[in-house]
Design a protein around this ligand. Sequence first.
Ligand code: MG
Length: 381
Amino acid sequence: MRFSCLIVAAGQGLRAGPGAPKAWRDLAGRPVLRWSVEALQAAGASETVVVVAPDRLADLDEALAGWGGWRAAAGGPTRSQSVAAGLAQLSGDAAEPVLVHDAARPFVGRGHVEALLAALAAGADAAAPALPVSDTLKRLDGDRVETVAREGLWRAQTPQAFRLGALRKAYAALGGGEATDDLALIELAGGRVALTPGDPMLMKLTYPEDFAMAERLAGGARITRIGQGVDAHRWGPGDGVWLCGVRIPHDRSLVGHSDADAGLHALTDALLGAMGEGDIGEHFPPSDPQWRGAASEAFLAHAAALVAARGGRIVNVDVTLVCERPKVGPHRAAMRARLAQILGLPEGRVSVKATTTEGMGFTGREEGLLAQAVAAVETLA
Ligand code: MG
């Protein structure tokens, strides 16, 4: 389902103590607001608008470096004015779902988004994740302490989901007024509001001590996935071979519909496997004439782009070439450098190895060459 996102990061966050506003502070190596942009885009947002204070607009390019598909909007002096400014930037029609999210909740995930979109699809006018209040509540009135019944009380979180037209209308009706919670506007207008399962991971960074907890949670917000790939090509007549993006002079060539670079094919499959995205044959069908004689570097670059588009990062890759000849050793450094360049990785995270099978099997009889690869990819959970 198509949906838009509005990420609100225009606040000063005064309760978070001295230093940069909380959305701009570092959390496990990335600005807080970047966590939400990456997560919501990885969850499939078709349009993302990030609302920041006007004097921060120039800083967004750096905070979101290497990450596309977002636009900036200048916020206003209050949260409501910032949301209204962001809504004006969205191009979807009235029925398009829009998620409004506080940048200070960095651990939003695909599951939260799917539950909200499902609630809208089931007929709700608005939806928000919410947790039942579990602590005993006290009211302090002067020096008098009393216990407040917590039954039926829920803590609303973000993102909150709406239809774009209805939210725009609610903000128009608000005029210059202020709402601390967008859901409340739909409640007041008599709309149907649904609560989806809340999550302690949707914690809001409010106080200085919240950052210490978030740093600890940041480790659990991403998972490591492993993929493996295998490819083999038959030897045929020729004068050289492409292996891991490097041309090696040889007394024969590998046969294939592309450049038959088995190393690149195995590694491409390893990355696709890590992402659960099928195999190279699905992405580049051999029956499609546009891939005839193609440089296989394009296949690997495609797989790497797919990892990035899902909010992932390649941790490391390892390729093993199995053949009696040609000798791979003299070309290993060049292969490693080429793979690192295609993947945008430091060479230290790329490995190329080679072995023979001591004359045994199809590689030993020099009928063909075998390549195997593994790749580790870190993605949002
Ligand atoms: Mg192949």
